[in-house]
Design a protein around this ligand. Structure first.
Ligand code: S3P
Length: 169
């Protein structure tokens, strides 16, 4: 098993922000799976969803994890919110290191993302309802994947960081 810390959780749960802070605190570099895919494809996630479809994006996520298994060790990895949904990714995530689930409630997610246009899955008439439905479906998957669960709703970054560091190091 590699020694990475992998952050999973719903869109807007703070994976990127927490990941950046963790990387400073632990002096580790950070990799974001969405950014990795965007750089490789030279397209944004929204463009990939629109032109190639979600299924193709999911294949790219698995490809990214396989690549990271070759390349990444001692790093912080922020995983796209839907990445844990593919069964075959669970094993890959486990091999990559310790998996931390940043658990956010639907209201927190909605407040953070209500003006965001970069998440194709939330560009619907009723994003609040969509968030609730997706979170309800995904929560058991995130929990099954995680070595550690951190409740992030109503917590400061410092509190979140401290919980992770106390439990994982
Ligand atoms: C998705 C989450 C996004 C991105 C894509 C799909 C999802 O990543 O991968 O829009 O299915 O939850 P973030 O969780 O970093 O926003």
């Amino acid at each position: 098993m590699k020694d990475n810390i992998i952050l999973i959780g719903f869109m807007g749960s703070g994976k990127t922000s927490v990941g950046i802070k963790l990387s400073y605190r632990l002096k580790r570099t950070m990799i974001d799976t969405d950014k990795w895919i965007e750089q490789k494809q030279k397209m944004t996630v929204s463009e990939i969803f629109a032109s190639l479809g979600e299924e193709e994006f999911r294949r790219m996520e698995t490809q990214c994890l396989k690549k990271l298994l070759d390349l990444a060790d001692g790093q912080i990895i922020s995983a796209g919110g839907g990445l844990p949904l593919r069964e075959e990714n669970h094993q890959l995530l486990r091999q990559l290191g310790k998996v931390v689930y940043l658990k956010a409630d639907p209201e927190t997610v909605y407040e953070r993302l209500k003006s965001d246009s970069t998440r194709p899955l939330l560009q619907v008439a009723d994003p609040k309802e969509r968030i609730k439905t997706l979170l309800f479906q995904r929560e058991p998957v995130y929990e099954a994947c995680a070595d550690m669960i951190v409740d992030v709703s109503g917590k400061s970054f410092d509190e979140i960081l401290d919980s992770i560091l106390i439990n994982i190091m």
